[in-house]
Design a protein around this ligand. Structure first.
Ligand SMILES: C[S@@+](CC[C@H](N)C(=O)[O-])C[C@H]1O[C@@H](n2cnc3c(N)ncnc32)[C@H](O)[C@@H]1O
Length: 235
């Protein structure tokens, strides 16, 4: 049984409701861009063809799958605390014939069930916005990473352009919950998505949070006008 508190219970139940249509709705809401954002995030792990990797808040395992596709030897652990998301992830991984390389783990990103210093890279995509204690999640990512290796965080962020920002905020508040509600089957869950994006720390603040968790050389890259940012830190 994965230990959770009240925000986590809300998040777990939210994702269990939308798990079935999660991949489709993701593609619709991002106009398919989430695949290129995820490819860019994986490229920030550096060059590799073997090793042991971890993707936390893995959901249906997109990032884990993209890492696994690069591996000739090694494996990816895909950790999530929502069993419904994992079930749909397992089906997708099996369809792509990657079940030998991607192993799902039911667990909490704030208490990663692995030893210190064992992973060659750790990723999180659209996950840290949902955890109760973001600092704990980053400290845990840091703890399980080998020295000199990288953690990569892909997350919604704050578009810096004052011209673009009002359009984006309009999309978040008015269009996203409607599309999400229609295709994802749960209007409230997508209203939560919109609110959580607006409340999330901006690029500079997230960089500081990673540094406070111990990461060095933290850099970030704005993608698609800063709608999302990829932060990279080294242990
Ligand atoms: C928006 S989805 C992202 C899924 C995937 N990484 C992607 O990029 O498509 C967020 C995922 O984080 C998981 N999650 C949120 N908080 C978590 C926590 N504390 N521990 C483990 N998983 C968590 C949710 O269950 C959900 O599957």
């Amino acid at each position: 049984m994965v230990r959770t508190d009240s925000k986590q219970e809300y998040i777990q139940s939210t994702f269990s409701k939308i798990a079935k249509s999660y991949d489709l709705t993701n593609s619709l809401l991002s106009f398919g861009l989430h695949h290129s954002w995820k490819n860019f995030a994986v490229s920030q792990l550096g060059d590799f063809s073997e090793g042991k990797f971890l993707d936390i808040c893995s959901g249906t395992g997109d990032l884990a799958m993209k890492i696994a596709e690069k591996l000739s030897k090694g494996e990816v652990r895909a950790l999530d605390f929502c069993s419904e998301m994992i079930e749909f992830g397992k089906m997708k991984i099996a369809k792509h014939g990657l079940e030998d390389k991607v192993k799902f783990v039911l667990g909490n990103a704030e208490e990663i069930p692995f030893e210190n210093d064992i992973f060659d890279g750790v990723t999180v995509g659209f996950g840290v916005r949902n955890v109760e204690h973001i600092d704990k999640a980053f400290s845990e990512m840091y703890r399980v990473l080998k020295r000199g290796k990288r953690a990569v965080c892909l997350e919604f962020s704050s578009p810096p352009s004052p011209f673009f920002k009002p359009f984006y905020l309009f999309y978040l508040s008015n269009i996203l919950p409607i599309i999400g509600g229609l295709f994802g089957g749960d209007f409230d869950s997508y209203k939560y998505l919109s609110t959580s994006i607006k409340k999330f720390p901006n690029q500079e603040r997230l960089k500081e949070i990673m540094e406070e968790s111990g990461f060095k050389d933290v850099k970030y890259y704005n993608l698609t006008l800063g709608i999302v940012a990829v932060h990279v830190g080294v242990k």
